[in-house]
Design a protein around this ligand. Structure first.
Ligand code: UDX
Length: 420
């Protein structure tokens, strides 16, 4: 099928290249000229497993990229996916301006029938709120002139391609049968439960999924903090708890909390929506509160052992919000680094992938180590904030006392884990 994807960001690019790999003809549109140029040269602007390989395989065959939407629309795609950013405003409310702009731009060139599909994470009601804008701009009517659907993504950074190809489920919110058929055809080759529902429900499924996952992390962290005080290993507790089929084993890794582009932003957006409609969001507010506290819990542990961190040589391992990505959004290392600097510590950091991004965004007085050895060779204390496998080598450095926020080790003599 002919598909256009608006937005070559994380979600848009993975979606576009996976659709190409499924045999569809895809054109991806982005206003960022530098990004488009780099993609045309066969370079992916983000680090994600298998993405380079897919780009090489499909570029200039059934995958094209352009900064000119009219080019993409000239091909008369049967579906147009909106996969642009949905940032938060300063109050944590969802900012729909990119989504609205994309809808207006699409509508300008919409002189044929196509299904407009929302891929970006948007609050219930947002996709349908675009209809008057599209109708006005395109002078076409929803139903006869264009279709509408909402198809949320559930991709994890680091395994996004695999998550796309082998999903737990595909959720499709659709306006009418005509729209449903197009989406059904796009996903024919993927074997997974397919949930067909209305558009608002599809939007809510995405938020509910993320809130549930984040809730599990905050809950196990809270239990872990209690366990720590009582001398209990929360990982042993979680293993046994997870064997209960009603609970399940996933997302019970206690540590320094969750970061990333989705959980923090989506929970705040839903909390704000709840308030707007006069509903309580007590549990969601607690998820955020526990998560904000969690990176500093590891510092409290360190202060029990080393009450004065002034001039101590401290290494923070891990700037990415989790392993296998260079993404530093809502990195758990940030609150820790800020607290360490305010105490006058001498801070060195190391991350195998995320240091460039970190340097670009933050202007802290810290040292960036060349490699793990450089980071640890003369450190007194080390904090592990990301679960990179290579950080396991830290245990070979007898000079360093380790505070492990990601449960990479258990029970070393020069070691303290956050939650056991
Ligand atoms: C998440 C959702 O999993 C995905 O479905 C959605 O589309 C986008 O948001 P992602 O942000 O890539 O994906 O990462 P994920 O693997 O879910 O981890 C999120 C954060 O939670 C990370 O900081 C991770 O370290 C933390 N986490 C996860 C824990 O602290 N403990 C756990 O048990 C699991």
């Amino acid at each position: 099928m002919k598909i256009a994807i608006i937005g070559a960001g994380y979600v848009g690019l993975v979606t576009a290249l996976c659709f190409s790999d499924m045999g569809h003809n895809v054109v991806c549109v982005d206003t960022d000229i530098k990004k488009v140029k780099s993609l045309k040269e066969g370079k992916t602007p983000i680090y994600e497993k298998r993405l380079d390989e897919l780009l090489e395989k499909h570029l200039n065959k059934n995958f094209k990229v352009t900064s000119d939407l009219s080019d993409a629309m000239a091909e008369e795609p049967e579906a147009i996916f909106i996969a642009v950013g949905t940032p938060s405003d300063s109050e944590g409310r969802l900012d729909l301006s990119y989504v609205k702009k994309a809808a207006i731009d699409i509508a300008k060139y919409l002189d044929f029938y196509s299904v407009i599909v929302m891929k970006s994470t948007v609050l219930p009601g947002s996709t349908e709120s675009l209809v008057p804008i599209i109708e006005k701009e395109s002078k076409r009517k929803l139903g006869s002139g264009f279709g509408l659907a909402m198809n949320p993504e559930f991709l994890k950074e680091g395994t996004a391609v695999e998550d796309f190809m082998k999903p737990d489920r595909i959720v499709i919110g659709y306006y009418d049968e005509k729209s449903r058929k197009v989406l059904e055809e796009i996903y024919t080759s993927i074997t997974a439960p397919k949930i067909f529902t209305d558009i608002k429900t599809a939007e809510m499924i995405k938020y509910a999924s993320n809130v549930f996952l984040a809730a599990r992390v905050s809950l196990i962290n809270e239990i872990g903090n209690i366990c720590k005080q009582l001398g209990i290993d929360v990982y042993e507790v979680a293993e046994a708890v997870g064997l209960d089929k009603r609970i399940g084993p996933y997302f019970l890794r206690a540590g320094v909390g969750f970061g990333g582009s989705c959980f923090p932003k989506d929970i705040m957006a839903l909390i704000n929506k709840s308030k707007e409609i006069g509903e309580n969001a007590d549990i969601m507010e607690a998820i955020v509160k526990v998560n904000d506290r969690q990176p500093l819990k590891i510092l409290q542990l360190a202060l029990q052992k080393f009450p004065n961190l002034h001039k101590k040589r401290i290494t923070v391992l891990g700037l990415a919000f989790k392993a296998d990505t260079d993404d530093i959004r809502e990195s758990r290392a940030v609150p820790l680094i800020e607290a360490l600097l305010s105490m006058g510590a001498d801070v060195t950091v190391y991350d195998p992938l995320a240091m460039q991004n970190f340097k670009k965004q933050y202007n802290y007085k810290i040292k960036y180590a060349e490699d793990l050895h450089d980071a640890l060779k003369s450190a007194d204390i080390c904090f592990i904030m990301t679960d990179w496998a290579e950080f396991k080598k830290a245990k070979d450095y007898e000079n360093v006392y380790i505070f492990d926020g990601r449960n990479l080790f258990r029970r070393l003599h020069n070691y303290e884990g956050i939650c056991w």
